[in-house]
Design a protein. Structure first.
Length: 80
């Protein structure tokens, strides 16, 4: 069963509604045209900050160098 509106509750609801209506137009517009532009800018800024860690190319070059070093060491061990 719904409760009847109390004058104090009605006053509080009206004040809340008025406050919400005043702040409704104060939101800032987004400077990006689409969500894809926003995500691209976000990823670019995170890459610049180093959030995603070292680049894969550097890591793969390191793995390749380590592998070549191990192969050279094995060849030298078996040839000597």
């Amino acid at each position: 069963m719904p409760r009847p509106w109390l004058p104090s509750r009605l006053q509080a609801d009206l004040l809340t509604l008025q406050s919400t209506a005043e702040h409704a137009g104060s939101a800032l517009a987004c400077s990006f045209g689409s969500s894809a532009e926003l995500e691209a800018a976000l990823i670019k800024s995170r890459l610049a900050a180093g959030v995603y860690g070292p680049k894969r190319r550097r890591r793969s070059i390191g793995y390749a160098s380590a592998g070549i070093g191990v192969l050279i060491a094995l060849v030298l061990i078996f040839l000597i």
